[in-house]
Write a protein that binds this ligand. Structure first.
Ligand code: E4P
Length: 220
């Protein structure tokens, strides 16, 4: 499963990229607005740091406007993937952009039927928002299971990008289901590294080693 960072922060992208396990980035208008920097400039910079897909979202809501905006966004970097919302006008735009070879991430997906439409329109990936379904008392993970089954049934090539990830448990579930990609905030990404037994185990190894050395060993 590919690991993407869900952020509008260049610093977070730099930090995550330094580990060598980051496969891409997703942004959205809220995340970019939170940083208070120029949208196009931010995408350009992120595209240079990351050797993988970087999703940039359109803000138009009519088909023609989305297509026009998409064509400007792809000029920001060769790895830009255009994010289009899963609304009827959006699906029309996805169909046309996909036919022209532009990679589209269909965002704001909350049902398997919406994911079916995204795949039929030729989307490169679909983003089911798991955490936001959990927030309204549904089980977001069930939606991803169902999308996986539908895509497998018909051999759709559209990737499943597990989004609105709130915990490391979500990341594990994404991988178990067979999501192609999981995008997560930096705080969740950081948690993937940690386990208390790793920390205590390492401390014990080093304490034992230092005690042994103090006694004066003759290791060649
Ligand atoms: C995905 O591309 C979205 O940017 C994101 O996952 C939304 O997550 P949120 O529900 O935490 O805002």
């Amino acid at each position: 499963m590919q690991i993407f960072l869900d952020t509008g922060s260049v610093k977070e992208v730099e930090r995550a990229a330094a580990f060598g396990v980051l496969d891409g980035v997703t942004t959205n208008p809220s995340l970019i607005a939170k940083e208070g920097k120029d949208f196009h400039q931010t995408i350009k910079v992120i595209c240079k740091i990351v050797n993988g897909p970087v999703s940039a979202e359109v803000v138009n809501t009519n088909t023609e406007g989305m297509i026009k905006e998409a064509k400007q966004l792809v000029k920001l970097g060769k790895n830009v993937v255009v994010k289009i919302p899963l609304i009827p006008e959006g699906i029309k735009a996805v169909k046309q952009l996909s036919k022209q070879g532009i990679k589209v991430n269909v965002t704001l997906c909350f049902s398997p039927n919406q994911a079916l439409l995204a795949a039929k329109a030729g989307a490169w990936c679909v983003s089911p928002f798991v955490g936001r379904l959990d927030d309204i008392g549904q089980t977001g993970i069930d939606m991803v299971h169902e999308i996986r089954q539908i895509y497998n049934n018909y051999n759709f090539k559209t990737k499943i990008l597990f989004a609105s990830t709130r915990s490391s448990e979500h990341v594990k579930q994404a991988a178990l289901i067979g999501a192609d990609i999981c995008t997560m905030p930096y705080a969740v990404f950081e948690k993937l590294f940690h386990h208390p037994l790793t920390d205590s185990g390492l401390k014990k190894f080093l304490d034992d080693w230092n005690a042994f050395k103090k006694k004066g060993s003759h290791i060649s």
